[in-house]
Design a protein around this ligand. Structure first.
Ligand SMILES: Cc1cc2nc3c(=O)[nH]c(=O)nc-3n(C[C@H](O)[C@H](O)[C@H](O)COP(=O)(O)OP(=O)(O)OC[C@H]3O[C@@H](n4cnc5c(N)ncnc54)[C@H](O)[C@@H]3O)c2cc1C
Length: 448
């Protein structure tokens, strides 16, 4: 049934005619609500509208659903968001509704990590000395916490370059430079300290005792959510223009099709929305945020191991390094899996940007072999996911630069008949839980 709808639309679309679903009561509109983006926030919203009996249509630019919840089937790996906590109260009901099985990975998250610094593999790290990656967390611990999850955008006095905050806490320039290697930001000197305070608050107030992964990969969950949707969900619909005029919104796509609705819910990350022509009454701060909001670059280099070489050299698999591969992580959800990834953050990703896949493979395996001779002949390169260069996201997650938290309240306001959802628009949460929170907010905004 769903397939027939999709094919019918494709035929009409290629004839240059907009799709007119039978369910739409207004013949001038294709749907009452048009959802842009088929990541978890868009799918979550579609599921809410479906259950409320509303008329909606979803347009997704790429050829698959899920967005940053991405199981790459060519390498059989989850390369985006996949870990959730047992306090994800917005997302968990949907997981339950679609009967998605979860795997407890708490023990993997708590595994120890070795340090490779200045050409030397150090394990165990000397007792009493702070590990290079831990300096920032120690400094954060000295400051009062945010008193609530949504305080981050109201705390103007804490909005300063993160490096300035760390300096005030007594960190030396060398310690800050070491923390910068693997801090989850593009550049510790250019990001707002508010991100780190918010992240810490998220850990405190929404912190979970258990970490969970999706059994069968995130694709399994995304497929199940998609199955709950009866209205058109169209892929390969890259939005290029949005016009809000005469009480209807017209959305134009790269393939020449266009769709009309009473209201549009836009879940596109601002990194890609900034490439869309907006004939919409956005406010000044919103326009600035759409143009400038910062997102973190992440490049993951996925590997498989043929033998547990860490059992040979007696050093933990997980490593923090001051080399271009930055961190090495066990990505397995069970002891029988063989998943490893190098996780490169922020400006360090530029090192790999111009390399071919073969160059990345050779460099990475040689680097690990040099640090851990026990790994020689036991690593296989699978593939690289460069989120900063990935056309449909151009960044892994939102990261507010100094002064950008001031834009938050204005940037999420409806602009005429356009409403904004997505991870970057959440008041309280981060990651997938933020995407789900934003969907719950916008559902109330548009329906009630
Ligand atoms: C490497 C990585 C690790 C992560 N780890 C975690 C984690 O452990 N826990 C956690 O909670 N979160 C994590 N996250 C974050 C989490 O995955 C995201 O916050 C969440 O999936 C975002 O959902 P979304 O719907 O807001 O956005 P997206 O998933 O980005 O959805 C937006 C959709 O819009 C589409 N699109 C973009 N431009 C256009 C256009 N012009 N026209 C039409 N469609 C368009 C995209 O293709 C995409 O499908 C991680 C993310 C990454 C990248």
């Amino acid at each position: 049934m769903k397939r027939r709808i999709f094919l019918r639309n494709t035929t009409l679309a290629s004839a240059g005619i907009g799709f007119l679903p039978l369910s739409c009561t207004n013949p001038k509109l294709d749907a009452e609500y048009l959802i842009l983006g088929g990541g978890i926030s868009g799918l979550f919203l579609a599921n809410l509208l479906e259950k409320a009996g509303k008329d909606y249509m979803l347009l997704e630019g790429s050829d698959r659903l899920g967005g940053r919840m991405f199981t790459r089937t060519d390498i059989n790996r989850d390369v985006g968001g996949r870990g959730i906590g047992d306090k994800y109260t917005n997302l968990l009901p949907l997981i339950e509704e679609v009967d998605q099985e979860m795997i407890d990975i708490t023990s993997f998250m708590r595994s120890p990590s070795a340090i490779y610094l200045d050409g030397e593999l150090r394990h165990p790290w000397p007792e009493g000395q702070v590990k290079p990656q831990m300096h920032q967390f120690k400094a954060l611990g000295k400051e009062n916490h945010l008193s609530g999850l949504d305080e981050w955008y109201q705390k103007e006095s804490w909005d300063e370059p993160y490096a300035d905050f760390l300096k005030r806490q007594g960190l030396t320039d060398e310690e800050i430079a070491l923390a910068d290697i693997s801090a989850n930001y593009n550049d510790i000197y250019e990001t707002s300290a508010i991100n780190a305070h918010h992240s810490r608050a998220f850990g405190k107030y929404n912190g979970s005792k258990r970490a969970l992964n999706f059994k069968g990969g995130t694709k399994s969950f995304i497929d199940k959510v998609a199955k709950t949707l009866k209205k058109p969900v169209l892929t390969n619909k890259m939005v290029t223009k949005i016009t809000d005029a005469d009480n209807r919104v017209t959305v134009s796509c790269e393939d020449g099709t266009s769709y009309r609705a009473k209201k549009v819910i836009c879940t596109l990350p601002f990194t890609t929305l900034r490439d869309v022509t907006l004939d919409v009454a956005v406010n000044a701060n919103q326009a600035k945020a759409i143009k400038e909001l910062a997102y973190t670059n992440i490049t993951q280099i996925h590997l498989a191991h043929s033998e547990p070489y860490w059992e040979t050299d007696g050093i933990p698999l997980d490593m923090w390094t001051d080399t271009p591969i930055e961190r090495i992580m066990n990505m397995s959800s069970s002891p029988t899996e063989r998943e490893i990834a190098c996780w490169v953050n922020g400006k360090g990703t530029a090192f790999f940007d111009a390399m071919s896949e073969k160059e990345i493979a050779d460099f990475t395996i040689n680097q690990i072999n040099a640090i851990r001779p026990a790994s020689v002949g036991k690593l296989e390169y699978l593939g690289t996911q460069n989120w900063g260069k990935y056309k449909y996201n151009k960044g892994a997650y939102v990261e507010f630069a100094p002064t950008q938290p001031n834009l938050f309240l204005d940037m999420i306001k409806p602009a005429g008949n356009i409403h904004f959802a997505g991870e970057h628009t959440a008041h309280k949460n981060r990651g997938m839980e933020a995407a789900a929170e934003s969907a719950n907010r916008v559902f109330k905004e548009v329906v009630f």
